[in-house]
Design a protein around this ligand. Sequence first.
Ligand code: SF4
Length: 121
Amino acid sequence: MDKILIIGCKHTMDDVCIACSRCLVGFNRREGDFVIYKNTDAQLIGLMNCGDCPGASMITRLAQLNLWNSQNGERPTKVHIAPCILHHCPYKDTLIQKIKAKVAVEVIEGTHPYLPENIFA
Ligand code: SF4
């Protein structure tokens, strides 16, 4: 069973992107980049922010997650990078490169598909 960790932008999660609801709904419906889990019992085990600009604490935060979950044994088997990082973070290339180098599980760039195209149209 896949265990999913979503990583997003500290300045965006549950702030301008209220409640991180689009990632959660996208996962529940297996839409967008979550379609790969269609008809599986994959579980979401965390929504983690990058730790603030320029993302220097990201790897430490991942290690903390591992420590925090040591008693329940839950570990991510897939990491998804949220659109708030992919489309807006000036440090995203370094951030994603560091995550990929360290987590030892597949890192997928993308989550939900509910991006507004024409805000005032
Ligand atoms: S490093 Fe990128 S993802 Fe993290 S808070 Fe800054 S802009 Fe957001």
